[in-house]
Design a protein around this ligand. Structure first.
Ligand code: ATP
Length: 401
């Protein structure tokens, strides 16, 4: 349908980028990127109209986002047709504009395009050897200044290499090493570095990404002393296992797993270096508190949970309440004691969500005057619940009386 529309508006239409790459790799991808040679904005508006979708236009960039009725999003970019550059060689010149658009991209595997106009529907356009590199499982930049132009591509290269299990071409690898030597990664803004770090640590196998970052000496942009030591390797493995455990238990609970990997990396740095890393990146207050608690809060918690005979569930609750799930998962990975891990697990799976059956309103109905006393009563009730002293509302009422 989009192709038909393009024919009607007499523009050339291509689907480009990640979705073409993933299609050829047989992987799902729901981000549809279109490039139009000609008036892309008019095309986007017409597409939205035909599909009863919404369109948001960025005039200045010649881009638009169309949101279809079912929530599916389509990004449309304009590649200006340059008919007049070489008037005698029209065909090649007409192709020139999409080619220029694709040349600005990061790696050859991301430069594949498929024509959508009806007559040429499905034609694969491959200016830079993207198909060869997909088959050869290779990440390759388009030109030697690519990483200097945009150093975040170093992280993108690592992400794609790990995600698809591809190798970096020899030249690409050498260019990354050059950028690292020139210290260009350390000059990235906090914001961009943090974004890239989050993305790379949110890939399916962050341990592999960290190993590749270590090999390319990219970890040093966080801290010169950060290295994949055997100790970090072990800790990363334990982190992965703890995250798997958590995900299996709570498929639906959101978890910033990348922060847990960050905690693991910080664990092998001395205290002072941790502060330096946290100055290099930009975390929200919540994220930073979670990371610090994971890195520094372990001693107190492990000492408490490690006591023998085991402390009561209420004491476990007191030691852990307010701790983020990310921190808890990391403590699970970090702890070497089975005894401690059992209690962490009981807290995460049970204690954390326990509440007394009685609420403030119930206390009121029982004739108690509202006030600070309520909090004390409710917290005593919770404690009694946790320790199995009371098991139902009746017991709770009896206890209050
Ligand atoms: P993902 O599955 O990670 O989203 P993607 O390839 O779709 O993979 P996006 O970050 O959504 O990645 O980018 C879409 C396209 O835009 C890419 O295929 C790439 O061609 C281009 N692109 C994105 N970031 C850059 C960059 N920093 N430099 C050059 N091209 C980029």
């Amino acid at each position: 349908e989009a192709g038909e529309l393009a024919d009607r508006l007499e523009v050339k239409l291509y689907v480009v980028g990640g979705i073409v790459r993933d299609l050829l790799l047989g992987i799902d991808n729901l981000d549809l990127d279109l490039v139009v040679e000609g008036n892309g904005l008019a095309f986007a508006k017409a597409l939205a109209r035909a599909q009863r979708g919404q369109v948001k236009v960025h005039e200045r960039f010649g881009t638009a986002r169309v949101t279809l009725a079912d929530g599916f999003k389509v990004d449309v970019a304009t590649a200006r047709a340059e008919y007049y550059e070489y008037p005698t060689a029209l065909p090649t010149v007409e192709q020139g504009s999409v080619k220029k658009d694709l040349y600005r991209r990061d790696f050859t595997i991301n430069t594949l395009a498929v024509r959508l106009n009806r007559r040429q529907f499905g034609e694969l356009i491959d200016f830079f050897g993207g198909e060869r590199d997909l088959k050869g499982r290779t990440i390759r930049v388009l030109h030697s200044l690519s990483f200097v132009e945009d150093p975040t591509r170093v992280f993108r290269a690592i992400r794609f290499a790990v995600r698809f299990d591809f190798v970096l071409s020899r030249e690409t690898r050498a260019l990354i090493q050059g950028v690292v030597k020139m210290d260009l990664l350390r000059r990235l803004s906090k914001h961009r570095l943090t974004d890239e770090l989050q993305l790379v640590l949110s890939e399916r196998e962050p341990g592999k990404a960290i190993a590749l970052m270590d090999e390319l000496e990219v970890l040093a942009c966080l801290h010169p002393d950060l290295e994949l030591t055997p100790r970090l390797r072990t800790l990363l493995k334990a982190t992965e296992e703890a995250l798997d455990w958590y995900r299996l238990l709570f498929l639906d609970r959101p978890m910033e797993s990348w922060l847990v990997y960050l905690m693991a990396m910080l664990q092998v740095l001395p205290d002072q270096a941790v502060g330096e890393v946290l100055k290099r990146i930009e975390l929200s207050a919540r994220q930073e508190a979670a990371v610090r608690a994971g890195r520094f809060g372990g001693h107190r918690i492990f000492r408490e949970l490690g006591r023998r005979p085991a402390v009561s569930p209420a004491a476990v609750y007191r030691a852990l309440s307010g701790t983020s799930d990310e921190t808890l998962v990391f403590l699970m990975a970090k702890s070497k004691s089975e005894h401690v891990r059992r209690q962490l697990s009981a807290y995460v799976t049970t204690y954390q969500r326990m509440r007394p059956a009685l609420k403030g309103d119930d206390l009121k109905r029982m004739g108690l005057k509202p006030g600070p006393l309520y909090r004390r009563i409710l917290s005593k009730l919770l404690e009694a619940r946790l320790n199995g002293v009371v098991n139902n509302e009746e017991d709770e009422r009896a206890l209050v009386r």
